[in-house]
Design a protein around this ligand. Structure first.
Ligand SMILES: [Zn+2]
Length: 338
């Protein structure tokens, strides 16, 4: 009997463990409801550098006007409001954040909710819907709060900082899940570095081709750059892993991706959209640097098109005889020397 029990345990445990063993930053096809109900946009900023414990942003910033409704990404129970688990003490001085534990064990975090009286920036408002306190159950899509700029977002354009954790507490990149939920967000520009999926021998696709390019650029031999992860690509991945002191398993997961990200040539900004207040991305960062170089003050060069960047754009347009509309399109870019 003892032998049978052990055999069952061995057979079952790896599958059970695998069900929750996602990697930090992995994009997941977990189904969620779009957490903002209104006009919005986002850009994949999961891996943007930040001085926090992970060193990266590890969330998505959903840019939207203040007071845009924020809704539950899934049915679940409110776990924390303003980092408090006590319905009778909601830490008003830490307004306004919500942590929602989904019924399926996942968790979503909503940060920088509104803290202003509508129409002002006075920090005297409350961006959490009535009745939303720890312990309360909500349905997917139910109103839980409103977009704002509270916490350390006071100097940026209003947005919801949205984090998604799996049942084991692993922070995943919710970008693909948000896109699948209908978010207004462009396709990831680099599927390998963004971590859309874990790559291994036998897989095919544009991301495999990109991986082969990165390996070849490192002087390794992945075989033909054909999008097919065969034996030579596997060998090149293992050589890369050996060179970087990683586990040599031929699997391109978060550790290998992290090393690839460090060696990959920095991607130049691609200007393929009109930038405006609320835009966020490398293209905004480049515009902010160019404004600065031209003698205008866009505020911090932080890739977020906020109020200061808008004023700098308006001043630049005025000074250069352009239409003073605050929109950075081809004409303004040309004048900036992009
Ligand atoms: Zn954020």
């Amino acid at each position: 009997m003892g032998v049978v029990a052990v055999a069952v345990a061995v057979a079952v445990m790896p599958a059970a463990a695998q069900a929750t063993s996602r990697e930090f930053g992995e994009m997941v096809d977990h189904v969620i409801t779009l957490p903002v109900d209104g006009e919005h946009h986002l850009w994949d900023t999961f891996w943007a550098a930040r001085s926090n414990e992970t060193g990266v942003h590890h969330a998505q910033d959903i840019m939207a006007d203040k007071m845009t409704p924020v809704v539950a990404a899934a049915s679940g129970t409110i776990r924390l409001v303003n980092w408090s688990s006590r319905p009778d003490d909601l830490n008003p001085e830490r307004c306004c954040t919500i942590v929602l534990r989904h019924d399926d064990g996942w968790e979503s975090w909503y940060i920088h909710l509104n803290n202003d009286t509508p129409g002002t920036d006075d920090g005297k408002g409350w961006g959490i819907a009535e009745g939303i306190v720890p312990g309360v159950h909500v349905d997917a899509g139910q109103l839980i709060g409103w977009v704002g700029d509270s916490g350390n977002a006071e100097s940026t354009a209003p947005h919801v900082h949205f984090e998604l954790r799996d049942p084991a507490g692993v922070v995943v990149n919710p970008y693909a899940a948000l896109r699948a939920a209908g978010a207004n967000a462009p396709a990831p520009s680099d599927a390998v570095l963004a971590g859309v999926r874990v790559l291994r021998q036998g897989m095919r696709g544009a991301d495999v081709e990109r991986l082969q390019q990165l390996l070849a650029a490192e002087g390794l031999d992945p075989g033909p750059v054909d999008g097919i992860f065969g034996r030579r690509t596997d060998r090149a991945v293992r050589a890369f892993q050996r060179d970087h002191g990683l586990t040599v398993d031929g699997i391109v997961g978060s550790a290998t991706r992290g090393a690839l990200r460090r060696v990959a040539p920095a991607e130049g900004p691609v200007f393929d959209r009109i930038l405006r207040k609320g835009s966020i991305g490398n293209d905004v960062r480049a515009v902010q640097s160019m404004l600065k170089a031209a003698g205008f003050d866009p505020g911090p060069v932080d890739a977020v098109f906020g109020g200061k960047t808008l004023l700098a754009v308006l001043a630049f347009q005025e000074a250069n005889g352009l239409s003073v509309d605050g929109l950075v399109g081809p004409k303004t870019l040309a004048a900036l020397g992009a």
